[in-house]
Design a protein around this ligand. Structure first.
Ligand SMILES: [Mg+2]
Length: 500
């Protein structure tokens, strides 16, 4: 395979890249343990590492706890509640192995560390590696994928193909594009405009964990990270809100401050004064605070608003225990692993790694890799700043709405949306700098423009600068993926919904 021994940046960490054990099988995560390299001793803040590791491992733990009962309905779990980590079930995984939620989060985290920045193209490349080759899978194959994510990744492949054809770009280099002039012309928003599944939220944590020192960037990047595969404004705003909560948890916010009904208003600058969709505002103001849980309408479904609400309900109802909250999230039924994975991102950041249950932690797959990766997230996150970065310019909208943020008005009934279905807060301000100077200016509707650095020794592509903002490719539903995911199957069961 041509991608062996290639890296998508000059990062000195080949263990972050796609590697093949044989022509058709990837190197498993645990097989990379003897290749891991660590940041310089004493350069990683331990208190932050405790929260970063808590969040990432919390995500994986929630995912693993729910995996064996994924797609089981609430009424099954009401009679057969999950009380421990199990093997078998829906996917036949070993105890502690995780599903797509964690695999995609690891792809995202790997990209941030490898590129030392927020590069959506590279994130999509790694998602594609997972989809096609099983990169960062706990089993070595992609055995489950959400419908919207799958369509977006196929669209990304089509756009890569279109670019190669138009620019005569070499096929073996297309996943390793570094040229700023080239990448800024690639449209990375690969989703349809109405995809609002929880797939955007289930993988989110690495973004706020990496950029938490600059909340405005962390929050905006959170939204943009979801938009690559889920194009609905609701998904963008759900990711911005949850990203802000994770940032606040890393900064040591209290439980009460995190769940304050005025959290959005109290952190308005973090959101660059941009409004949140009214369904997300409703959640932020406490719609999840239901003592009856499922009986009061909390659902572990695939629609991103329901997932967000369910994860926050489990967190709110279990102030003193990560483990009980994770089980409550799973026992809502339906998209059990994803509800618990979303819960684990925030609850793990709040409680910290030291408070994750040892009895489950000892069984978790890939924990050495995740521990190492978390250290790099902290280290590279410490070194990142907007004005040092040469890889992007961020344009955030005007501050005109600061005095009167009004939730956006678009609203559609998506209550039965099943993507995955079957089934103080001290404010750290960015330093002034060229790139940050754009914040507060009136800007285009596109929030981000990327300018990428070109590390020494990288592929130079400046001559191939043809624009290739391709339209949504025809036949995008044509999948080359050989497996049939229950998630895809169940997508067909949606009744009249256009949301995927
Ligand atoms: Mg999953």
């Amino acid at each position: 395979m041509a991608t062996n021994n290639r890296v998508s940046s000059d990062n000195g960490k080949p263990w972050l890249e796609l590697q093949f054990r044989t022509e058709n099988t990837v190197t498993r995560i645990h097989e990379l343990d003897n290749q891991l390299t660590y940041p310089p001793a004493g350069k990683v803040q331990k208190d932050i590492l405790n929260r970063v590791l808590g969040s990432l491992q919390g995500l994986a733990m929630g995912d693993a706890l729910g995996a064996h009962v994924e797609f089981r309905p609430y009424h099954f779990l009401e009679k057969n509640p999950v009380e421990d980590l199990h093997s078998g079930g829906t996917w036949g995984l070993n105890k502690g192995e995780f599903t797509d939620d964690t695999s995609m989060a690891l792809c995202l985290a790997n990209s941030l560390v490898a590129r030392k920045d927020f590069i959506p193209y590279d994130q999509l490349v790694r998602y594609k590696w997972w989809f096609r080759h099983g990169y960062m899978s706990s089993t070595g194959t992609c055995f489950d994928i959400g419908a919207a994510t799958k369509r977006s990744l196929i669209e990304f492949e089509h756009r890569q193909q279109a670019f190669m054809k138009k620019s005569k770009f070499p096929k073996d280099k297309i996943d390793f594009v570094l040229s700023p002039d080239l990448l800024k012309k690639f449209n990375v928003d690969c989703s349809e405009s109405d995809a609002a599944g929880n797939g955007a939220l289930m993988r989110l944590a690495p973004v706020p964990l990496f950029f938490y020192r600059y909340p405005e960037y962390a929050v905006e990047f959170s939204g943009v990270s979801g938009r690559t595969t889920h194009g609905d404004q609701i998904a963008y705003d759900a990711c911005r809100y949850y990203g802000a909560l994770i940032v606040a948890a890393l900064q040591g916010s209290s439980f009460e401050d995190l769940l304050d009904k005025n959290f959005y208003e109290n952190h308005l600058p973090w959101f660059n004064n941009k409004p949140l969709h009214k369904e997300i505002i409703k959640v932020a103001r406490g719609s999840y605070k239901k003592y009856g849980g499922h009986k009061d309408g909390i659902r572990g479904k695939g629609y991103i608003v329901q997932s967000l609400e369910a994860a926050l309900w489990a967190f709110w109802a279990n102030k003193d225990s990560f483990g009980k909250g994770a089980l409550d999230a799973v026992n809502l039924g339906d998209d059990t692993d994803t509800t618990a994975a979303i819960y684990g991102q925030l609850a793990g950041a709040y409680h910290g790694f030291r408070n994750l249950p040892d009895k489950w932690m000892q069984h978790m797959y890939g924990k050495e890799f995740i521990h190492c990766l978390s250290q790099w997230i902290v280290y590279e996150g410490q070194n990142w700043s907007p004005d040092k970065s040469q890889t992007l310019i961020i344009n955030l909208p005007s501050t005109q709405s600061q005095s009167n943020p009004i939730p956006t008005s678009s609203s559609t009934n998506k209550q039965n949306y099943p993507e995955h279905a079957s089934a103080s807060s001290s404010q750290v301000r960015p330093k002034s700098g060229a790139s940050y100077a754009n914040i507060g200016s009136t800007a285009s509707s596109k929030d981000i423009q990327r300018q990428m650095s070109t590390p020494s020794g990288s592929t130079q592509l400046d001559n191939a600068s043809s624009s290739f903002n391709t339209q949504q490719t025809q036949n995008r539903n044509t999948s080359q993926h050989s497996t049939t995911s229950p998630k895809d199957y169940n997508t067909a069961e949606r009744k009249g919904s256009t949301f995927v």
